[in-house]
Design a protein around this ligand. Sequence first.
Ligand SMILES: Nc1ncnc2c1ncn2[C@@H]1O[C@H](COP(=O)(O)OP(=O)(O)OP(=O)(O)O)[C@@H](O)[C@H]1O
Ligand SMILES: [Mg+2]
Length: 370
Amino acid sequence: MARLIELKGITKEFDGEKVLNSIDLYIRDKEFITLLGPSGCGKTTTLRIIGGFEKQDAGELYFDGVEISDVPAYKRHVNTVFQKYALFPHLNVYENVAFALRLKKLPEKEISERVSEMLEMVDLVGFEAKNVTTLSGGQQQRVAIARALISKPRVLLLDEPLGALDLKLRKDMQNELKNIQQATGITFIYVTHDQEEALSMSDTIVVMAKGEIQQIGTPTDIYNEPKNAFVADFIGESNILDGVMICDKKVSFASHTFTCVDGGFGPNEPVDVVVRPEDVDVVPVKKGMLRGKVTSVTFKGVHWEIIVDIDGFKWMIQTTDYVAPEAEIGLYIEPDAIHIMKKSEFSGMFGDYSSFSDELDELSDADAVD
Ligand SMILES: Nc1ncnc2c1ncn2[C@@H]1O[C@H](COP(=O)(O)OP(=O)(O)OP(=O)(O)O)[C@@H](O)[C@H]1O
Ligand SMILES: [Mg+2]
């Protein structure tokens, strides 16, 4: 797929603070690409620069090989769906969707055909005459998507478009958006801070933190081969430990030397080691590479999530076999379950699961949405 949009060295400051620090990124034609990262990392700013609502202080922005930094927003082949929909409250569903075509003064017949086609795509046939203020959140979101797609943009920018919806509706809309993107072949640049949403929808994920890109890759790359401790911690659950790469395929952490599959580090190079909770096997103490005591057990439906104290470091482990609280257990880790990362500015920032509880997790999720 050809490169449709390219950002080269895009830098942006607000009030003397760098919020984007030399972003290099290309977006392929027809791709579903997601900018993922915590609040304040620069996702919306990146999107606004691509859309032409904000201009970078340095760097270049290309569309189809042409530098477009000075092209005004309305002349770019890009449309935006905002989190707060921004529908016209005094217009009904039909007129909201028809809006861009009316501005272009297209013939009534063409408008009517294209509006019908769009309403069919977002499953709102029969809603034409309804006042948009009477619609549910999910229906309003569909109107916003139809309105953005009707002018057939090459690219759709979506800034946390599902943020206001409840979980069930959010899941449904994720599927629908993905279907619409595949059916129309329009390039989607999607912003979210929800890692599950990013993993399930995207062709490519761009993980951002502190105004910089930390990693670009497919969902499986990002999950299985995180580049640093920030990415490992942000995407999914992970046990992140200090380790030493003794030589290729030998790594030491948690006072034990393990066989792993990674290489290419210096002898005895300090590294960060990530082990996913689902990749640790619970075994009898005698058969374990590590041994520890279970400090908490939570039933999660498909598996139990247990916290295990190993020499003071609290591991999270997911197991389908029940383990009793307080039990002494052994842990077995296969070589390919161990992923080695270079030390980075994020090393040591993510501790163990000692303060972990579901309640805390939910609280911080709620914070993130506000
Ligand atoms: N117009 C502005 N004036 C001053 N500071 C701004 C402006 N727009 C954004 N910022 C700052 O730039 C930083 C990045 O903001 P941005 O909106 O891009 O973050 P984000 O990744 O979209 O976060 P969120 O997930 O909370 O939406 C933040 O620190 C924000 O306060
Ligand atoms: Mg934002």
